[in-house]
Design a protein around this ligand. Structure first.
Ligand SMILES: NC(=[NH2+])NCCC[C@H](N)C(=O)O
Length: 403
């Protein structure tokens, strides 16, 4: 079981020594991708699954070699489903959609899934199910069953589960279950919700941000310093989501300042962490094209309510909120084309395992060289297959405990 307790949960920064992290080893859900559905499922190609798993294993091993405890979604999900009947009911209810299946089939399928072993149920919840795979006999007549093609999904697969950053994140000792913006990802949060509600390891953990309406995704949330959070607003997190998150962290005393950062609404910059991640307590790596144009609204908790200032340059607003003279930007100084290519390949999407030590994709040769020239230690991983989902080391990890 992955449930022996290591360090207690809690995350207050982007860079404190990483103790425990939640990853998802890509599995059968990636085998569902075809040239017809990959766009909708938010992959830019069809990854070679075995190789993606090798790359991911190397990523997890690298983290372990640095003393990080790695929890895998499939393990904690299976464990939660094993110990809790309520978890099973919750997972099944979120996966079986009567609007799509009709009542007859939805009921039959739910009944069947209640009898399935936890590990197999976990697989169905992650990898989905096709009509061909429906294990149940004809039962009552179902027009739905007759009219769908065998390869159609009875339960949609969740290939983006790989990006554990987006479906939950921690602020201090609380976990936030996010509200994902795009249909292909909405159900992911039902699994993180289930894990944190029912896994014995997380018993008693309180929630942050309980709004399940306005979209907020973890890739948009950066914990710049204790009490200071940056939230990107663009393709995923909405203004209403950022506002709701700010109010909620103020109410719960988890932060005093939230910087709301508008980012371009396009795929290349879908989350704030695709253009900016922290590499040290006072340093970020940023996509050069936006480094000096990014702005921020500063929301502050005041006695009289919430004040809003700005927008003003992000780097100034951030340094002021963090109480430091200057937020260092590692100047990747790249020419436009290289910078754009490496941004697309998640060169700015680094995961800090300690201040000044980051995991990065090896393919972003120039960005990594600049990071090293600035004194940052870069731990390189392969990502030729993992990267086809457009996510790097930060997106693929949800820190649960940092010093
Ligand atoms: N935090 C991140 N940048 N996550 C990347 C998520 C990639 C995923 N394919 C999506 O489009 O949603």
């Amino acid at each position: 079981m992955a449930s022996e307790r290591g360090t207690g949960p809690g995350v207050e920064s982007e860079v404190g020594r990483l103790r425990t992290v939640l990853l998802h080893r890509p599995g059968d859900e990636l085998k569902r991708l075809t040239p017809r559905n990959n766009d909708q499922l938010l992959f830019d190609g069809l990854p070679w699954v075995d190789r993606a798993q090798d790359e991911h294993d190397a990523f997890a091993d690298l983290l372990r070699s640095r003393g990080v405890e790695v929890l895998l979604v499939s393990d904690v999900l299976t464990e939660a489903l094993t110990v809790s009947g309520a978890a099973r009911i919750q997972g099944i209810a979120a996966a079986v959609d009567p609007r799509r299946l009709g009542h007859t089939l939805a009921q039959e399928l739910s009944e069947h899934l209640r009898t399935v072993e936890p590990a197999d149920l976990a697989t169905v919840l992650m990898a989905g199910m096709t009509f061909d795979e429906l294990p149940i006999g004809p039962g009552g007549p179902s027009l739905v069953r007759r009219m769908h093609h065998g390869g159609d999904f009875v339960i949609e697969p969740l290939p983006n589960l790989l990006f554990t950053r987006d479906s939950s994140f921690w602020i201090r000792d609380r976990v936030a279950i996010t509200s994902l913006a795009l249909p292909a990802r909405v159900r992911e949060a039902s699994l993180t919700d289930l894990i944190y509600a029912h896994h014995p390891r997380f018993r008693g953990v309180r929630r942050a941000y309980e709004s399940h309406t306005a979209p907020v995704e973890g890739g948009d949330v950066l914990l710049l310093a204790p009490g200071v959070i940056a939230v990107g607003v663009g393709e995923r997190t909405t203004p209403a989501g950022a506002e709701a998150l700010a109010r909620s962290v103020f109410d719960d005393n988890l932060a005093h300042t939230v910087l709301v950062v508008p980012i371009e609404q396009r795929r290349a910059s879908m989350h704030l962490d695709t253009v900016c991640t922290m590499v040290d307590v006072d340093a970020v790596v940023m996509y050069p094209a936006v480094a000096h144009t990014l702005t921020a609204f500063t929301l502050r908790r005041e006695e009289s309510g919430v004040s809003i200032r700005g927008a003003e340059p992000f780097l100034h607003a951030a340094a002021a909120a963090m109480g430091i003279g200057k937020l260092r930007v590692i100047d990747t100084g790249l020419d436009h084309v290289t910078a754009e290519r490496e941004q697309w390949d998640d060169g700015n999407n680094t995961l800090a395992v300690a201040p000044g030590v980051v995991v990065a994709y090896e393919r972003n040769v120039e960005t990594n060289a600049r990071l090293e020239a600035s004194g940052i230690e870069v731990l390189r991983i392969a990502g030729s297959e993992l990267g086809s989902g457009r996510g790097g080391p930060r997106c693929m990890s949800c820190p649960i405990s940092r010093d």
